[in-house]
Design a protein around this ligand. Structure first.
Ligand SMILES: NC(=O)C1=CN([C@@H]2O[C@H](COP(=O)(O)OP(=O)(O)OC[C@H]3O[C@@H](n4cnc5c(N)ncnc54)[C@H](OP(=O)(O)O)[C@@H]3O)[C@@H](O)[C@H]2O)C=CC1
Ligand SMILES: Nc1nc2c(c(=O)[nH]1)N=C([C@H](O)[C@@H](O)CO)CN2
Length: 239
């Protein structure tokens, strides 16, 4: 039977690329998504099983976890890719709402899904399964304008270390820290130029670079609790 991988936020960009590449390589895929997109329809047409839902609160995360478990009784890996990214709002009530939303998708959802799905991960001490959290280089060195996003990504990164201890030796738990893979529409030209100027490799990364890091972690049976930047050196700057 083909090994199966669950990917969250699989309807666009990096998540959609990860799911498509796992299908290319003959894995079964359970694709979680929130909004309908052409990319999620393409994954379904290629045989991916779909689980739709929004990580709004504990009840919603638990419901999604149960539907993921039903869709894939046996899992080789779970990739926590889903994420919300926005500058912190200027007023406190709006920022407080953002904080709850970022906490739910970046920390509560991985916590609940991992706790529910650990028994469905088909690892052994000799051949461990994988949980991979996609964090951000900003988890270690936050951008003040996105402080709430960064803080919850740092929380996810810390959960990676706790889960690495909790689920060893049957499951490895690692984090990947992307650098500039894509820009948001609200990133102006000055920001884009400044980011690339501060990136030693001088160019944007790609979703394929993240997929390569995912597959390298899965291929290494002696790596857990690792935090792996895939950022063109962006975290170092040039100075
Ligand atoms: N792109 C980059 O340069 C960088 C990316 N990263 C990280 O890499 C990962 C992928 O990035 P990227 O592809 O750009 O991400 P996107 O922002 O393009 O997509 C995020 C995904 O998460 C889903 N999502 C967001 N909030 C929720 C929620 N509350 N419940 C369920 N699903 C939700 C989105 O669904 P919907 O379509 O419905 O909104 C979408 O599928 C993320 O974890 C991101 O933080 C880190 C650093 C840099
Ligand atoms: N969920 C997301 N997280 C992040 C995104 C994104 O588009 N979605 N993008 C970035 C930035 O582009 C950054 O890497 C470059 O300034 C960070 N996180």
């Amino acid at each position: 039977m083909q090994p199966c991988v669950a990917v969250t936020g699989a309807n666009r960009n990096i998540g959609a690329h990860l799911a498509a590449r796992f299908l290319d390589e003959g894995f079964g895929v359970v694709a979680h998504y929130r909004s309908e997109t052409a990319a999620i329809e393409r994954l379904a047409a290629r045989g991916a099983r779909l689980v739709r839902g929004s990580f709004d609160d504990a009840a919603a995360c638990t419901d999604i976890a149960e539907r993921l478990a039903a869709a894939a009784p046996s899992l080789r890996a779970i990739i926590h890719n889903a994420s919300s990214f926005a500058p912190t709002a200027a007023d406190i009530p709006a920022a407080a709402t953002q904080f709850q939303d970022f906490f739910a998708v970046h920390m509560l959802a991985p916590y609940i899904l991992n706790t529910h799905l650990a028994a469905h991960l088909d690892g052994t001490p000799e051949a461990p399964a994988d949980i991979i959290h996609i964090t951000d280089i900003y988890a270690d060195n936050p951008a003040p304008a996105q402080d709430l996003y960064c803080a919850t990504k740092a929380g996810l990164q810390n959960l990676s270390l706790a889960f690495a201890k909790r689920y060893a030796p049957r499951i490895k738990v690692n984090a990947i820290q992307p650098g500039p893979i894509s820009f948001e529409a609200w990133h102006d030209e000055n920001h884009r130029s400044a980011v690339l100027e501060a990136t030693p490799l001088g160019r944007m990364g790609s979703p394929e670079a993240i997929y390569a890091a995912v597959r390298a972690i899965m291929a290494n049976d002696y790596q857990t609790g690792a935090v792996i930047p895939v950022d063109g050196g962006r975290r170092l700057g040039r100075g």
